[in-house]
Design a protein. Structure first.
Length: 399
C-alpha cells in the first residue's frame, strides 16, 4: 500500500532552518498553509517558502507537532517496503548481546531510528510496542509485519496507553496484538540478574531499559554500602546494588504492586532476605521522616518519574527535583554517594546540574560531581534531534 503525497505543507519564510539541519519536526506555527486535504497519519510533502521540497512526513492535524518527517528525500516513496527497511536497519544496529538467557533491549527508539513516534522493546521472545504518533498509527499493521519478520519473535504486545496519544488525536490502547500472547510476567536477564517484567501493566513497556548501564554503574559503587533505592519500582537499582556487594538495600516506592514484584525479583536471585527490605510510601514524605529520625545511608539512588510534562510545568518540576535531591542529601553519611536522575526531556542537563548544586547548598552539604550518566546504548540519539537525549544522571559524592 502506498500513501499519496498530493497534500503539501507550505512553510512560512524563514521556518525551514531546522529541517535543513535534518530536525524531524514541523510545528503548527511554522506552517503558512496546507494544500490538499490530508487525513491523520497521511504522508505529506513539506515545502519551503521558496517552493523547494524538503522531505516527506506524517501529518497530524491535532498535534502541535503537525508533521513528523519520515525522510528528507522528497523523492522517496513511503510504503510498506520503506518501513520494513527502517525497522530491519534499526533491529540490526542493536546486534545480539553477549549475555546469555532471555535478554531485553530497545530495538526502535522513535525519531532517533527514523520511525517517529514508535517505541519497540524486546523482552526475551516477545516484543512490546508503543505507537505514539499519527504516522505510525496509520501504518501500524505494516509495522507489525516488519517487526516480526526482522526479529523472529513469537509475539507482539501493544502498550499504546500513553497520554501523549491524546495530543495526536488518538485514543489510548493496550493489549495483545500479534502471535503468541505474552505471559503475565516475562523473565529477562540483565547484568547477570534475573528479572521479572510485567509487560501488560508495568510502567512504559514494562521496564526501564534505558537505565541498564546505570544499574551496572551502581553495582560497581555499592560494595559494603547501605543503599536506598528511591522510586525503586520493581527493584532494578537495589538488586544491582546487592549484586555488587551492598550490605543492605532498601526499595522505596509508593506502589505496592511494584514492590511486590521487587520482592519476587529479590527472591528469584537468591539474595539473603536480611540484606534487603521494601518500604511503601511517598518518597518526599518518607525522606523527611527519616531525616527527623536521624536515619542515614551510604548510597542513594533517585530515579523519579518525569516531573516536567510541558514547558509550563518546568518551574514546578524544577522545584520537585530540588526538593527530592535536598532531602536525599540530608540522609547521606560523609563520603556517601548520590546517584540522581531526570528523565524530563525539557529539563536541560546544565539546568539539572544547577538544581542539584542548589539542593546541596540548601542541605548544607559540600558535593563533588564524580560522573555523568545517560541512557543505555540501545537508546541512541540522532545528532540532529537533541530532544532524543532525555535521560540525565549525575554521580555525586558528599564530602
Amino acid at each position: 500500500m502506498t500513501v499519496s503525497t498530493a497534500a503539501v505543507v507550505h512553510l512560512k519564510p524563514g521556518r525551514d532552518k531546522s529541517l535543513k539541519r535534518w530536525h524531524p519536526w514541523v510545528f503548527s506555527g511554522a506552517i503558512a498553509r496546507v494544500t490538499g486535504t490530508p487525513n491523520s497519519g497521511d504522508t505529506v510533502t513539506v515545502m519551503g517558502a521558496n517552493g523547494v521540497p524538503l522531505g516527506l512526513g506524517a501529518y497530524s492535524p491535532h498535534s502541535q507537532i503537525r508533521v513528523r518527517l519520515w525522510t528528507f528525500d522528497p523523492h522517496q516513496e513511503i510504503d510498506a517496503d520503506f518501513l520494513a527497511t527502517a525497522v530491519a536497519d534499526a533491529v540490526a544496529s542493536r546486534g545480539v548481546p553477549e549475555e546469555g538467557g532471555p535478554w531485553a533491549r530497545r530495538l526502535i527508539n522513535a525519531e532517533n531510528d527514523g520511525l517517529p513516534g514508535l517505541i519497540v522493546d524486546r523482552y526475551g521472545d516477545h516484543l512490546v510496542a508503543q505507537i505514539l504518533a499519527a504516522g505510525c498509527e496509520r501504518w501500524k499493521e505494516e509495522i507489525a509485519d516488519a517487526l516480526l519478520a526482522a526479529t523472529g519473535c513469537v509475539g507482539l504486545h501493544e502498550r499504546s496507553d500513553a497520554d501523549v496519544r491524546l495530543k495526536e488525536g488518538l485514543s489510548v490502547r493496550s493489549g495483545h496484538w500479534r502471535g503468541v500472547e505474552a505471559p503475565e510476567l516475562v523473565e529477562i536477564r540483565e547484568n547477570g540478574l534475573r528479572l521479572l517484567v510485567d509487560v501488560r501493566q508495568g510502567h512504559k513497556t514494562g521496564f526501564y531499559l534505558d537505565q541498564r548501564a546505570s544499574r551496572a554503574r551502581v553495582a560497581g559503587l555499592a560494595n559494603g554500602r547501605e543503599v536506598l533505592n528511591c522510586f525503586g519500582y520493581t527493584g532494578g537499582f537495589g538488586l544491582s546494588a546487592l549484586a555488587g556487594g551492598a550490605a543492605h538495600a532498601t526499595h522505596l516506592d509508593s506502589s505496592g504492586p511494584s514492590l511486590a514484584l521487587a520482592e519476587r525479583n529479590g527472591e528469584l536471585n537468591g539474595f539473603d532476605r536480611a540484606r534487603w527490605s521494601c518500604v511503601e510510601a511517598d518518597a518526599f514524605a518518607k525522606l523527611r521522616q527519616w531525616h527527623q529520625e536521624g536515619r542515614t545511608f551510604d548510597l542513594i539512588v533517585l530515579d523519579p518519574p518525569k516531573f516536567v510534562e510541558s514547558r509550563q510545568h518546568l518551574p514546578r518540576g524544577c522545584r520537585g527535583y530540588k526538593d527530592i535531591n535536598m532531602q536525599a542529601l540530608k540522609l547521606l553519611r560523609p563520603g556517601g554517594l548520590l546517584v540522581t536522575f531526570s528523565c524530563s526531556g525539557l529539563l536541560e542537563a546544565d539546568l539539572f546540574q544547577k538544581i542539584v548544586a542548589d539542593a546541596a547548598l540548601d542541605a548544607g552539604r559540600r558535593l563533588q560531581l564524580v560522573d555523568r550518566l545517560g541512557q543505555a546504548d540501545d537508546h541512541p540519539v540522532l545528532m540532529s534531534f537533541p530532544e532524543g537525549a532525555y535521560l540525565k544522571g549525575l554521580v555525586c559524592r558528599v564530602q
